[in-house]
Every structure is written in C-alpha cells, then in structure tokens.
Design a protein around this ligand. Structure first.
Ligand SMILES: Cc1cc2nc3c(=O)[nH]c(=O)nc-3n(C[C@H](O)[C@H](O)[C@H](O)COP(=O)(O)O)c2cc1C
Length: 261
C-alpha cells in the first residue's frame, strides 16, 4: 500500500538517538505518518545503562496504563520491534550477557516482563510473540523452535496472564507450524491467544479443539464495528479496505457502516 514512493533518510530531531540491540539496520524501508516511507537507519547499540532505562520505561508505561484505566498491558515482543530484536540472532549480535545463547538473547524480554509484573501484577500482564514472523527483516533461523521453547517455559514460570501468538500467514508471511502452537499450549499453563486470518468458523473450531483459550481478530474488527453481532447472526461482513490501513485521520477507522446504517 506504500509502494512506489521513494524513501529518503529519516529526519531525526536534534539530539534524538535511534537504539537497538546491535548496530544493524533492518533491510527495507519504514512508514512514518509525517513523511511517508523512509530508509531504515543503523541504530546505536544499547549500553547496559540504556537497557536499564528501557526496562524502567516499560514498567512506568505499565503503571501509567493502569492509572489511565486499562485492565492490563500486552508487551509487544513480536513483528520485529525492540523486544523481538533482542530475541533474534540477526538483529542481536551482542557479545555481553544480552547476546549470544538464547538465555542471553531472551534476558531483555524476561527482565521487561519481570519489571512489568512487579509494577502492576502478573494477572495484568500479557505478551505478544511472533515465532516464524519475518516482518521488519526478521529472517527464519535454525534454532527458532528451541529458542521459543525456552521462552515459553520461562514465561510459564513467571505466571503471567497470557501469551498471544501472531500468525501472519494470511498476509503472506510463513505459516506458524501447528507444532509450535501446540508446544506453547503444552508449556504455558496460562491463557493462550491465537490470531491471524480468523473467520468465525475457524475460530469456533480451534476453540472447540482446545488449541487456545481465546482468538484475537484484527482486520475484521476494524471493518465491522458490530463484528460480534454479525458473527452471531451470520450476517454478511464489510470487507477491510487495505487502502485506508495506517492512515492518520478517521478514514478506515470510524467510517465502516454498522448493520443498522
Ligand atoms: C491497520 C493495521 C495496523 C496494525 N498495526 C499493528 C501493530 O502496530 N503492531 C502489531 O503487532 N500488529 C499490527 N497489526 C497486525 C494485527 O495486530 C494482526 O496481527 C493482523 O491484522 C492479523 O490478524 P487478522 O488476520 O485478524 O487481521 C496491524 C494490522 C492492521 C490491519
């Protein structure tokens, strides 16, 4: 949807720092609301001090969310964002205790999880993960299954509320193998949420088969303000309009018609 435009370097405010686990730029461009497509930049490798600050920022954001009236928070450890960048060996090439073996690459994610739990309680903290996700230049690699197995166990030990697994195969990404989903189901005793390309029939059947406890829905919720009513009654659905995804105004967010309109 953003194709065809030429990406220029990102204009950063004076003094701003772009940080990552290692000084490795993601391949590809990135969409910005203000200036459209921009070239990815090479981040600065985060120091231990930067990591400490980031962990405290996650904890503060969790506290802020509760104070603002949210029931809980979902840590975003998926889709090539900062937490996943630490997990994956292509973006994390550190040689300190935050890089190398999975026990080290998972350390930042688990310290953020611990800090969020300490801040607001484990019953208010969930996490989103995208094993087999490739978005934002996160290539597949041989140890991926073993790495996520370690993570599933570690998260189970912490007893957080839920794990939310993303499967973007309906958007062209590699499919998350059913064995990976089953591994999380086995290792993690809390609530398991699956998402990605669900219609009502597949949602009901995966729930009935016990593959997960909850299904999360993205695009169909965006395009149907009364999705639950429609699913219950079998009414036809509005199709999501890709051309209005990611716009900054109300178009594509609040202008899809409800059944009565
Ligand atoms: C407009 C739009 C914005 C999205 N933004 C994010 C995002 O910021 N972070 C993220 O992890 N996923 C994002 N997603 C992905 C959704 O959370 C979801 O995983 C995806 O749409 C697959 O679920 P679905 O098949 O039910 O739509 C976005 C999807 C859409 C359509």
């Amino acid at each position: 949807m953003h194709g065809g435009r030429i990406a220029h370097p990102l204009n950063l405010p004076a003094g701003a720092r772009v940080l990552g686990p290692s000084a490795v730029a993601a391949v590809g461009d990135i969409y910005t609301d203000a200036e459209g497509m921009k070239q990815q930049v090479v981040p600065q490798e985060m120091s231990e001090g930067d990591i400490k600050v980031a962990i405290e920022e996650f904890a503060q954001a969790a506290r802020n969310s509760i104070e603002a009236g949210f029931d809980g928070i979902e840590l975003h450890s998926a889709n090539g964002y900062l937490l996943e960048q630490f997990l994956r060996p292509n973006s994390n090439q550190r040689t300190d205790r935050y890089g190398g073996a999975i026990e080290n690459r998972a350390r930042f994610v688990l310290e953020v999880t611990d800090a969020a739990i300490e801040a607001i309680g484990k019953e208010r903290v969930g996490i989103r993960l995208s094993p087999y996700g490739v978005f934002n230049d996160m290539p597949l690699y041989p140890e991926m299954d073993a790495d996520y197995h370690y993570l599933a166990r570690q998260l189970d030990e912490r007893g957080l509320l839920y794990i939310h697994l993303v499967d973007h195969s309906s958007m062209g990404a590699p499919e998350v193998p059913s064995s990976t989903k089953a591994m999380f189901r086995k290792e993690f005793k809390g609530t398991l949420i699956l998402s990605g390309g669900y219609d009502v029939a597949r949602a009901e059947s995966d729930l009935a088969e016990g593959k997960c406890d909850l299904i999360a829905v993205g695009r169909l919720f965006l395009s149907n303000p009364d999705l639950v009513t429609r699913w219950k009654s079998g009414a036809a659905l509005n199709a999501p309009d890709m051309n209005t995804f990611y716009l900054t105004g109300p178009n594509g967010y609040t202008d899809y018609p409800a059944l009565s309109q």
